[in-house]
Ligand binder design. Structure first.
Ligand code: CU
Length: 359
């Protein structure tokens, strides 16, 4: 008799029943685990087709990062399968009566040390080595930079300068395909982080410091980027586009952007709009090259109409959205640094005609 008042026979019978019960629960857990694993895999594959997916690289640098991700994923799957296998073995063997009974292969201090310390250490060393290898490969490009671009992160938009070409734009980084491009990253106010998952890893923009990131796209296309460091209330609306173009198209774009804005035709709507613009507070914050407007608190508007989006990817760039933005930027992007401007509807129409002429 033991302390539960059972005979050995009774206890054996009890344990058989208990063993049976825990087998049922274990089988359920195993099925649940399998379902979760399949769901996780399906989710991963779905993510791989998202617009900003690390798993859908469009350049050699992003491809290196994706390879590293797959190595880690494969190791994770292998560990999962082995651990689940051992779990199943434990479940099917049921509960042993006492530790004097014969031992199976997966028992003892040696096995615990091997499975709990030696193998995990080796796996982590493989991951560590592969990560360092990738970091080193991404730190420097294969050749000298064909192009250097300065990107300053502002709350809540991106200033993009091509210092050697005298070009300034915003929220759009045009690059030529097939060559590494050097980005010099500066934080203009707080810390931001630049991330274009299909083209490169992410890197912070820190006030008072210049960080260097390399981008490279194989194919022409538009790749969405996003601020990846919480920087204030409109952090989520701080997106941008990298527009990769064949080198000749890119050169044409640069030539067009280098030009100052066109002189409006005398006595036209556009000219009236220009007067309204130059007579409003707009000029304290915005630059239009070729005019007296030389503010630097907001995006350069010299070629505003050539851009895809307004307010850092928040709105598509069209007449209606532009009107909505100028009348009430705070309801579209609450907390951004542009105040509403009080304009009569006629003035507004003229101003819009002017802004849309800035190609
Ligand atoms: Cu930010």
């Amino acid at each position: 008799m033991n302390r539960w008042g059972m005979s050995t026979q009774q206890r054996r019978a009890y344990e058989r029943v208990r063993g049976g019960r825990s087998f049922g629960a274990g089988a359920k857990a195993a099925v649940l685990g399998l379902v979760l694993a399949i769901a996780g895999f399906a989710f991963t594959v779905r993510l791989g087709r998202a617009e900003t997916s690390v798993l859908d690289p469009a350049g050699p640098r992003a491809a290196r990062i994706a390879e590293l991700w797959w190595v880690m994923f494969a190791l994770g799957i292998a560990v999962f399968v082995v651990v689940m296998g051992l779990l199943l073995v434990a479940i099917f063997r049921g509960k042993r009566g006492s530790d004097t009974e014969e031992r199976g292969p997966f028992t003892g201090t040696g096995f615990v040390a091997l499975g709990g310390a030696v193998i995990p250490f080796l796996i982590l060393m493989i991951v560590f080595g592969a990560t360092l290898w990738t970091l080193i490969a991404l730190a420097e490009p294969e050749g000298p930079p064909g192009l250097t671009i300065e990107v300053a992160g502002h709350q809540f938009w991106w200033e993009v300068r091509y210092p050697d070409q005298d070009v300034v734009t915003a929220n759009e980084i045009h690059i030529p395909t097939g060559q590494p491009v050097e980005l010099k990253l500066i934080g203009a106010d707080v810390i931001h982080s630049l991330w274009v998952p299909q083209l490169s890893g992410k890197l912070d923009l820190i006030p008072g410091k210049t960080n260097t990131l390399w981008l490279e796209a194989d194919e022409p296309g538009e790749y969405r980027g996003q601020c990846a460091e919480f920087c204030g209330i409109q952090h989520a609306h701080m997106a941008f586009l990298v527009i990769a173009q064949p080198p000749n198209e890119f050169a044409e774009w640069l030539d067009a952007q280098r030009e100052p804005s066109d002189e409006p035709a005398p006595d036209s709507v556009v000219e009236r709009g220009e007067q309204i613009f130059l007579g409003s507070a707009c000029v304290y914050c915005h630059t239009v090259r070729g005019t007296n407007a030389s503010g630097e608190l907001g995006p350069d508007l010299t070629h505003l109409a050539s851009r895809r989006t307004l307010a850092a990817g928040t709105l598509e760039n069209n007449l209606g959205n532009l009107a909505g933005w100028i009348v009430d930027p705070q309801s579209i992007k609450p907390g951004n640094k542009m105040p509403a401007t009080n304009l009569g509807s006629e003035e507004l129409q003229d101003l819009l005609a002017y802004l849309m002429s800035l190609r």
